[in-house]
Each structure stands twice: as C-alpha cells, then as structure tokens.
Design a protein around this ligand. Structure first.
Ligand SMILES: Cc1ncc(COP(=O)(O)O)c(C=O)c1O
Length: 414
C-alpha cells in the first residue's frame, strides 16, 4: 500500500487480478454491527445471499459458502467427491491449475496432468498460453475404459496467465467419451466478471472466491453443486468434516450454518449481489470485455506480446504482458510500485520474471484503467523497454470510441 520512496497521497492503484478494489458501498455494508448468527435476522441474511449466489452461478442447486480463501473451497470440492487413491484428470493451464494438482496429490489422490507439450517462440510453455484443449480430455477419457478417472478438473479463468477455457466444450468432451467422471471447475477469478453457467454447462462442482468479481475482501469462498455431485459425496470416503457439504446444505435451508459464519463478509456479499443485480449480469460481462479490449489495445500499441496466444480465449478479467528477453518483469513491477503507487500482478511459477499481469475487474472504470496504463507506460519507459508506440494513446482512443454497456435501468455503467 505504501509506496517505498514517497509519501503516499491519493488512492493506491490495486491493479492485480484479485483481490480487486472493494467499493465504498460494500465497505460500508460490512461495517454494520455483527449480529447473533443464531438469531432471527441472520436467517434472512443467509437465505438472501444463497439465493443471490445461485443467480450469479446460474444454478438452481445448492451453493455452499465457506469462511475460507479459495484454496479452502478447492479442498472442499475434492474431499467431498473422492475416495483415497482415486484418479482425477487435471489440465495444466498455468500456476493455479498446478497448485490444484499439487493439492490433489497431497490429499492422496492420483492426479494426471494433461498439457499441450513444448514451448513457443517466447520460450514460455505453450500450455500456459492456450486454454484447455477439450479433445485431449476426450481422448484420455475414451482410453479410460474402466472408468478409473473420477473427476475432470479445469480452471475456467487462469489468473496466472489471462487465458480462459471453454467449459461447455469440456462437458461435450466428457459426454462424447460417454464417461461418468464429474466435471469440476475453478472459476475463482471468473465469477461475476466472465460469463459462467453452472447448470447449462453441466458442471458438477464449481469453485469460486470472494475477492475478485464479487469485489469483496478475501475470506469467503464457494462450492456450487450439481445433484450428481451431491449423490457422489454420499459414498465418497476421503475424510471430511469441516468441509462436508451435507450438514451445511441442510442447515442452509433455514439460512443458518452449523458453525459461526463470517457475518460481516456476508453483509458485504449481500451488497455485492445487490450491485450485480442492479446492473444485470450481461452488462457486468460486457463491461469486463470492453475493459479487456481497451487494455489489449494498449499492449499491442507498446508492441509487447500478450500472454494469451489465442484470441478466442482472452480473459475479460486480466491481461498478461510478456516483457522482452532480458527485462526482469519483477524489477519493472517494483519500479512501478515505488514510483507510482500502482500494484501489478507478478509472473507466477513458470512465468516468474517473464511477465506481469494487469487486472481489469470489479470496481474499475475507464479512468482508473487509463491511470493504471499510464503508470505501466511510464514504468516501461523508465526501465528502458523499447516501445513501438503509446499504449495509453491507443487505449484512450478505444475507450472514447466505444460506448459503455448500459445497465438494465438505462443508466451508464461505470
Ligand atoms: C484461479 C485461482 N484459483 C485458486 C486461487 C487460490 O485462491 P486463494 O488465494 O483465495 O486461496 C486463486 C487465487 O488467486 C485463483 O486465481
């Protein structure tokens, strides 16, 4: 928060792909006094947030809320539906897919990690520049004639790369192979920013978190379930207690939890859901697409490669920017933070030092994004990175020429 070589004034620019800036409206809602989590008012709040979340996940089925970061909800998803030694098929899209894979190993599962082989002209792994290749999943499932694989796990919006994956295509691949594996999807950084349809896409467990498109602080996370996932959870034998869906789903019917829930984050969630509903999800998605296009216009004008190499799956949530060979992206980020009080996302795992990430999600608008792009452009120049042109000028042109999507009520959406 505090820039290292200056007295900070004005707001810090939190331009990482989550946690995203928390709107004042949500901060105010969270400042209300904590109430009795077994009292009558609480049940109203509990039912309201669960019903609102069902709309955001686009599901008619239960959504479980945990007082945990997204990693907890990853674990919850795995322990509820698997048994010791089960095979799970995972797909390497980037750092977060890698961490989920590692967690499956630690839980005593047998994860198999599919990936596109090799690296491309940037020297970076191809699999970290493209989305899930559904045909690889289909082929692997066809080969699994004994149905040893119990679940297919993919990341919808890979936050380490800015690449999305076509979840409906993964569902079609599982169905085409006539395989009974569950489909489990991490949309921790996609929910409430990128279009996501739990029921329509046939997802069995969706994992998400609070600190991205929902514009909340970190600290609560979610599992959306399908009836098939609920049925499988009743016979799955990996140890589960705190994460077990059954007791939570049962008590949630009256708006309560079997333990002390995170009351003030739930106030914030209720406010966030109101804000999303006022705008309408299609407008929220269009707003993110437009910001992403504006940011990509800037990156292209600088002449730097975008981490996502397939324009069909560009993330609406963040854009990864590859720095030229010899330019340490971490040193660049540090310089930008020190000089301009602007935080950018780091290159993670196999991308460390090779790229940085610009978050364009949640509570931003054209002008906050323009300011962030100015900070990046000044930083690139100070670091001596040769630029093909002005990204700031290109983004200004794009934002000025492209009208904002309008809310349901007809008011412009900032
Ligand atoms: C796609 C994805 N999955 C999982 C996680 C882990 O979530 P958390 O850090 O909230 O535990 C993150 C965090 O950024 C993420 O972006």
């Amino acid at each position: 928060m505090i820039a290292l070589d200056q007295h900070p004034s004005g707001r810090h620019f939190l331009q990482i792909p989550g946690p995203s800036p928390v709107p004042d409206r949500i901060l105010r809602a969270m400042s209300l006094p904590t109430i009795d989590h077994r009292g009558p008012e609480f049940g109203v709040l509990g039912k309201k947030v669960i019903a609102g979340l069902q709309q955001v996940f686009q599901t008619r089925h239960p959504v479980v809320i945990y007082p945990a970061s997204g990693t907890g909800a990853w674990e919850a998803a795995l322990v509820n539906v698997t048994s010791p030694g089960d095979a799970v098929l995972m797909y390497e899209t980037g750092h977060f897919a890698t961490l989920w894979n590692r967690m499956a190993l630690r839980l005593g599962l047998k994860p198999e990690f599919l990936a596109l082989p090799g690296s491309d002209e940037t020297g970076l792994p191809r699999s970290w520049r493209h989305g899930v290749q559904a045909e690889l999943i289909e082929q692997r499932l066809r080969d699994d004639r004994g149905h040893a694989i119990k679940a297919v796990c993919v990341v919808h919006n890979e936050t380490s790369t800015g690449v999305t994956s076509d979840i409906a295509a993964v569902r079609r691949a599982i169905d085409a192979a006539k395989h009974p594996a569950l489909l489990m999807v991490d949309t921790i950084s996609g929910l409430a920013s990128a279009d996501y349809r739990h029921d329509e896409w046939g997802v069995d467990v969706t994992v998400s978190g609070s600190q991205k498109g929902l514009m909340l602080p970190p600290g609560i996370s979610f599992n959306a379930l399908s009836p098939k996932a609920t049925a499988v959870s009743q016979s799955a034998t990996l140890p589960k207690a705190f994460w077990a869906w059954d007791e939570i789903v049962e008590m949630n019917q009256t708006g309560y939890w079997p333990y002390t829930p995170n009351t003030n984050l739930l106030y914030g969630l209720a406010e966030s859901l109101d804000m999303l509903q006022e705008q309408g999800l299609p407008v929220v998605f269009a707003r993110h697409q437009r910001w992403a296009e504006g940011v990509r216009a800037a990156v292209r004008a600088w002449g730097l490669p975008i981490q996502c190499a397939d324009e069909r799956v560009f993330s609406p949530v963040l854009t990864g920017v590859i720095t030229p060979q010899g330019v340490d992206a971490d040193a660049l980020r540090k310089l930008i933070h020190q000089r301009f009080d602007l935080s950018l996302g780091a290159g993670l795992g196999k991308l460390k030092g090779r790229m940085f990430r610009i978050g364009h999600l949640g509570d931003c608008n054209d002008l906050t994004l323009m300011a962030a792009l100015s900070g990046v452009e000044m930083g690139l120049k100070l670091a001596g990175v040769p630029l093909a042109g002005s990204g700031v000028a290109a983004a200004m042109e794009f934002f000025a020429a492209t009208p904002q999507p309008r809310s349901v009520a007809g008011a412009p959406v900032s």
